[in-house]
Design a protein around this ligand. Structure first.
Ligand SMILES: Nc1ncnc2c1ncn2[C@@H]1O[C@H](COP(=O)(O)OP(=O)(O)O)[C@@H](O)[C@H]1O
Ligand SMILES: [Mg+2]
Length: 482
């Protein structure tokens, strides 16, 4: 999946974006809706997964995003969405927005600049819809699939009299994906037209393990998935989908495969997807650029980029117990920092909470988030990033990413060669296109040892070789912040 994520990144790069995704949303700025003011959300990836606690504003963002496009001239049986569809005003709800409330939509264009258009609340109506670009937009809320047995449906109350009409087979690719997500093999999936007098409807049908059953005997998760995938495969390419909590009624493994399906369908059909979710599995399956975490504090909602709900929660809860949070980029940086502190100031190790949070932007965001909550926090990024003390961002000593600092250090290489009876340089030379994040993994395979143990040994050889003085500035920085 890593490759697919990268392929999508390439397609979504600014210079390629319009060719692949058309006039997709680049950002939306919300002013004056349900207590949200001046909130800008950037869509850094064609899939955006918005998380945050209940009431933080996830649905509001998706609902406003989907009101950003006109009905395509070619569209049939299609209704566009307007703000009034999602924000009714009545005696019970007098002010979901006010006069002057507005949404600024920024669309991708085939020029270097994006196109900005604003929809504004005038006295009693909205202005700005007419100039919007065209796009098919689909809102996958909680009623996309309501089990027919729970409503008075034709297939239930006229069960004995219905006649079968046309049958529409689900494409092979959709069938494969439904099967992969639910870990089932389907021989067949189709939608069957049913009629009775002048009424008609469609019924999902599945066949597996020699049994045939309709959606009236499907699990809820299975039924909802069938409808969702059918929609994403059969709507025009470059559509916008806003999906509410796609994890609904799916077990965890299925959630993971569903997120992979989103990557797959976006790569094939160039849709833009904006989803709200409480599923850490979905968040962690998507790349960091796809993750947005909302925090509502009083009359302010802020977006924290690249953080998954899991990271945010663990940061917030652990933070209460420690004197200082230190956010670093990844596991290797966290192990290196812990060993440096253990060597120079073992007494402070216990009161520090070192958290790997993702990449350099994630470190900055995590530090901002925790400091907003008055939790003492600094970021220590890789040595190649440099430091920025006013933002409480510092860096590891040296000049290069920590994996390079450690595994490319001559004395570390010598010590490892001796201990494991191999030749590190030779191994790196014969391994094509090696990324520094893979150094430990590749060497541990040759050494036949667990990677964490090898990392630990290499890190300690590195600290031995550099000597304590090399780390004095870093330790002094941490002590100052404690
Ligand atoms: N008129 C209003 N003024 C201020 N805040 C409001 C108003 N109406 C709703 N809200 C806030 O919006 C929240 C709902 O936003 P929503 O986007 O549906 O949240 P989420 O999808 O993250 O659960 C409510 O919990 C409330 O905090
Ligand atoms: Mg919601």
């Amino acid at each position: 999946m890593r490759d697919l994520r990268q392929t999508i990144f390439q397609k979504y790069r600014h210079q390629n974006r319009y060719n692949n995704f058309g006039a997709c949303l680049h950002s939306v700025t919300i002013n004056g809706f349900r207590g949200i003011h001046e909130l800008e959300i950037n869509f850094e990836y064609p899939i955006t997964a918005i998380s945050g606690i209940n009431g933080s504003g996830k649905s509001t963002i998706g609902q406003l995003a989907i009101c950003g496009y006109r009905k395509p001239v070619v569209a049939q049986n299609y209704k566009r969405y307007y703000i009034k569809d999602f924000f009714p005003v009545n005696v019970a709800d007098p002010t979901p927005f006010g006069v002057g409330s507005n949404v600024v939509y920024s669309y991708t264009t085939n020029l270097p600049r994006n196109q900005e258009l604003t929809v504004t609340r005038m006295q009693s109506e909205w202005s700005g819809y007419k100039r919007q670009p065209e796009r098919h937009c689909f809102y996958v809320g909680f009623t996309l699939y309501i089990p027919k047995v729970e409503r008075k449906d034709l297939s239930i109350y006229r069960a004995q009299q219905i006649e079968l009409g046309l049958r529409r087979e689900l494409s092979d690719i959709s069938k494969q994906h439904v099967g992969r997500i639910l870990n089932n093999h389907y021989d067949d999936i189709a939608f069957q037209e049913i009629t009775h007098l002048n009424k008609s409807g469609e019924l999902g049908l599945a066949s597996r393990n020699g049994h045939v059953y309709s959606e009236n005997n499907m699990g809820f998760g299975e039924g909802r998935l069938l409808y969702m995938i059918d929609m994403m495969e059969n709507t025009p390419t470059q559509s916008l989908f806003v999906i509410e909590e796609p994890e609904t009624s799916l077990h965890e493994d299925a959630q993971h495969h569903l997120a992979n399906y989103f990557l797959d369908v976006v790569n094939r059909r160039h849709h833009q997807i904006i989803l709200s979710t409480h599923s850490n599995i979905i968040l962690e399956t998507l790349p960091p650029e796809a993750r947005k975490f909302l925090i509502r504090q009083g009359n302010q909602v802020r977006v924290h980029d690249k953080l998954s709900a899991y990271r945010a929660k663990s940061l917030l809860s652990n933070g209460h117990q420690k004197a200082l949070n230190i956010c670093v980029e990844d596991d290797f940086a966290s192990h290196l920092l812990a060993e440096i502190i253990r060597r120079l100031r073992p007494d402070i190790l216990k009161v520090i909470n070192i958290q790997p949070v993702g990449d350099t932007d994630a470190v900055r965001n995590a530090v901002n988030l925790l400091r907003e909550f008055n939790l003492r926090t600094i970021g220590i990024r890789d040595a190649d990033k440099g430091s920025n003390p006013p933002e409480k961002l510092f860096s590891l000593p040296g000049t290069q990413p920590p994996e390079v600092e450690v595994y490319r250090d001559n004395s570390v290489i010598q010590s490892l060669n001796q201990e494991f009876d191999f030749d590190v340089e030779h191994i790196f030379n014969i391994t094509a296109e090696i990324d520094h994040h893979e150094f430990g993994e590749i060497l541990s395979r040759h050494a036949v040892i667990d990677q964490q143990i090898l990392d630990y040994k290499a890190i300690n050889y590195y600290i031995d070789n550099k000597g304590n003085d090399f780390f004095n500035d870093l330790i002094a920085t941490i002590e100052r912040e404690l």
